[in-house]
Ligand binder design. Sequence first.
Ligand SMILES: C[S@@+](CC[C@H](N)C(=O)[O-])C[C@H]1O[C@@H](n2cnc3c(N)ncnc32)[C@H](O)[C@@H]1O
Length: 286
Amino acid sequence: MSAAPAVPNSQNPRKIEFYDLDATALTEPGRKLLREYSGIPEAEINSHVEAMRIKAFQVCPYPCIGMFQFLDLSLMSTPVYEEVLARIKKGDKFLDLGCCLGQEIRQLVADGAPSANTYGSDLYGGLIDVGYDLFKDRDRLQTTFIAADVFDDKSPLVALAGQVDIIYTGAFFHLFGIEEQEKVAARVVQLLAPKPGSMVIGRQSGHEEAGEFGRAGDKSGRKHFRHNPQSWKALWDRVGERTGSKWSVEADLKMREYTLAELEGKSEAIRRKMTGMGLRFVVRRL
Ligand SMILES: C[S@@+](CC[C@H](N)C(=O)[O-])C[C@H]1O[C@@H](n2cnc3c(N)ncnc32)[C@H](O)[C@@H]1O
């Protein structure tokens, strides 16, 4: 396992602008998962989720954690969900790359995917741990979780090279600049089974004009790159050339990045973030 990264200062998470929401903003799919998969009574959901948000924010104060994105289920709303589910049931290996608390894996398992065929990987093992507490499934979930830096060539994640059939990645590529994104895409190529039909599905911030942007709340000065469908396809063409592989890319900017709904009276930062368009994509190996 790679060395644990330093935990950012999160002494007072409530100072962070993205924290200006309470759990009443949670929509039904996330609530249903907690009721039916985790067995949490509806009356206890808001307080449980708020307690988990504090725990997760103490590991790493991502805006998406402040905004309860860890219960914003995206994969189930994609046109390939039934295909993904059927393939995992038949034995395909599924990896959520940058899984955070692992909500997409829990939804698949709630819908009948054998958890032993699922993998989740994140930089912070602490977030994976909060995921078990959020979903109350430490004693039954057989997912293999791997704490690893996606850029680390020697991490335990790389031991899965060539073995994964389907990768989901949500709100992940957009954390990085274009050169780093190409490295992440090359890692995806390395992890996927080298055969037609291997696929990567996901969503992330997007924009009609592709380019670098500053992420709200990020004071690090790091560069982040936001794609439109054309630039996303071009990235996969370049990575295909570099890795000797070919990829078909479906991508659009038709949906909002986040589906949580309650925006009334919320901070400008939250409104901007939640009404921003998301790039949704399905990339298949030819
Ligand atoms: C914005 S969150 C998105 C979480 C989740 N996929 C979702 O859609 O809700 C990005 C996740 O990527 C993880 N991450 C950031 N840098 C990483 C890296 N270098 N390697 C692996 N994971 C990383 C973070 O810890 C965080 O959990």
